[in-house]
Ligand binder design. Structure first.
Ligand SMILES: Nc1ncnc2c1ncn2[C@@H]1O[C@H](COP(=O)(O)OP(=O)(O)O)[C@@H](O)[C@H]1O
Ligand SMILES: [Mg+2]
Length: 483
């Protein structure tokens, strides 16, 4: 409180502030500058409308109704002062530490953000971030500026899902590496790779983690092929036996090896599940090694994860136009491989991005895997960044009573940083419920211009205009490619 009150310096009405450096800064990004102006005009216009209750004021008791309109002299003060004078209405910001994102529209100050710093300060209770908004509102731009600028401050990044290939340019700009998989691309990625061993785990613990991850992936792939229909207990056993036998024979197991064991079960497996117990699972899994995904995830990896590179991108854009199922399978394989590589507490602090990430939530097993990954994020020094269009995308998952959809929504609610870009009116009801927005916040969200988002950080709330330089706009922009 002492800090907040010691510098109470109101600027009298009409007084001008020093212009020099501030104006220069404002010119640095004309695009974002005009965004803020736009927004202030919109918000101002709304205020004007609501204020107009006639010159005599509102007909409520004790409302000081009278013939003279109250016109208090405007005053100007620092956001720190205002935050003390108008608690819960004006924000004093999150401080200067972290990555510069842009301008806090209401306070006009700079807005910086870093999930790890805010976690250490106790502002948020977890480092996961969700960005949600209509197509073309600036979600990816926001993610890209956070990632690229964080890298200059020593953080790292991995893009686990990039269906449009739009993060490739960002990786190239910051000296990162890109792994492109898809038809006609030479890279092979083996999703069953163990990844680097975490120094925090003993050999036995490590084996258990790797085994669990591989099992999750196999079950997820089968379930994706069957549009979410769960595996029968016998099928779980068959898959498990096939995996155990493959790992016993090969230190570097691949999907075709597991498939082979399913099609030609050992005596022991036949004793447990019968001759045909694993046949249906085998046919579901076959799609990952033949058909539209052939030659992508079915051989030992020909690329390695470079833990020292500031950024790694798993680019699956060559699959654009492939079926929804193939895209989901590729996303599952690619993300599992990348996650195996990044879940290492010695790897430094890393942002893991899932752009257009709802596909990852579409399958119950992928979702379970993702929930686990989010829960362990802090241990591994990871901050997950999930970018998606609307909460309604999750409606395609299961039915409204299904635990699956609730779990997916839970993932959004659990994210302690929620960035909401403009949403259409009809999408707002679900967003409001899922992300816990107030009525006033919803009203703002529906009217936000491009590049401006509502940031809910812990229990604080900001409207932030993401400011980008002309050079950044060239690299991060998607307009030219009409993505
Ligand atoms: N903060 C911003 N400042 C200026 N232009 C922006 C900003 N954010 C987005 N844009 C423009 O909008 C386009 C679409 O943004 P993008 O982030 O790709 O949208 P989406 O929400 O679909 O991910 C960009 O190519 C860029 O031209
Ligand atoms: Mg986008």
């Amino acid at each position: 409180m002492k800090r907040a009150t010691q510098a109470v310096q109101y600027m009298p009405s009409g007084a001008k502030r020093q212009k020099g450096p501030r104006l220069k800064e404002a010119n640095a990004s004309q695009v974002s500058g005009s965004l803020i102006q736009n927004l202030s005009q919109k918000l101002g216009a709304r205020l004007d409308r609501t204020e107009r209750g006639g010159d005599w004021g509102s007909r409520e008791p004790k409302s000081l109704r009278g013939p003279h309109r109250l016109r208090p002299a405007p005053h100007r003060a620092s956001t720190m002062t205002f935050a003390a004078a108008y608690p819960f209405i004006t924000e004093s910001g999150l401080g200067h530490e972290g990555t510069y994102i842009g301008t806090d529209v209401f306070g006009s100050g700079a807005f910086s953000y870093d999930p790890w710093i805010l976690y250490d300060k106790g502002v948020i209770s977890g480092p996961s971030i969700v960005v949600i908004g209509t197509v073309g509102t600036g979600k990816s731009m926001c993610g890209k500026s956070l990632v690229a600028r964080s890298i200059t401050l020593g953080r790292k990044a991995a893009v686990a899902s990039d269906p449009k290939g739009e993060w490739v340019a960002v990786a190239n700009a910051v000296g990162g590496k890109v792994i492109s998989v898809g038809p006609g691309r030479p890279a092979r990625v083996n999703p069953l790779d163990a990844g680097p061993r975490s120094s925090a785990l003993s050999e036995a613990q490590w084996q258990a983690v790797v085994r669990q991850r591989r099992r999750y992936l196999l079950v997820a792939l089968v379930s994706l092929m069957r549009q979410g229909m769960p595996l029968r207990p016998v099928e779980h056993t068959a898959l498990d036996m096939a995996l155990t036998e493959t790992v016993a024979e090969n230190s570097n197991p691949t999907l075709p090896m597991v498939l082979d064991h399913l099609l030609n079960p050992s005596k022991e497996t036949v004793g447990l599940v019968g001759k045909d117990g694993g046949l249906a699972v085998a046919h579901s899994l076959r799609r990952t090694v033949s058909g539209d995904l052939e030659g992508m995830f079915d051989a030992p990896s020909t690329v390695a994860f470079d833990a020292d590179a500031p950024m790694m991108v798993m680019d699956t854009s060559a699959l654009i136009g492939a079926s929804e199922q193939a895209l989901a399978l590729a996303a599952a394989c690619g993300a599992t491989w990348l996650e195996a590589a990044v879940t290492n507490p010695d790897g430094g602090k890393r942002l893991v991005v899932y752009d257009e990430g709802w596909r990852m939530l579409a399958d119950p097993y992928m979702l379970a895997k993702m929930s686990e990954q989010w829960r362990l994020a802090r241990t591994y020094g990871i901050a997950n960044l999930l970018i998606m269009h609307k909460v309604a995308d999750l409606n395609e998952i299961g039915d409204s009573t299904s635990g699956h959809r609730q779990k997916a929504l839970g993932l959004l609610t659990e994210a302690d940083t929620r960035i909401i870009y403009r949403q259409k009116h009809d999408a707002m009801r679900l967003t409001k419920e899922a992300l816990g927005l107030s009525e006033a916040e919803c009203e703002h969200v529906e009217n936000l211009p491009k590049g401006v988002g509502l940031w809910k950080v812990g229990n604080r709330s900001f409207i932030v205009a993401n400011r980008v330089t002309t050079d950044e706009l060239k690299v991060f922009g998607t307009d030219a490619r009409m993505l």
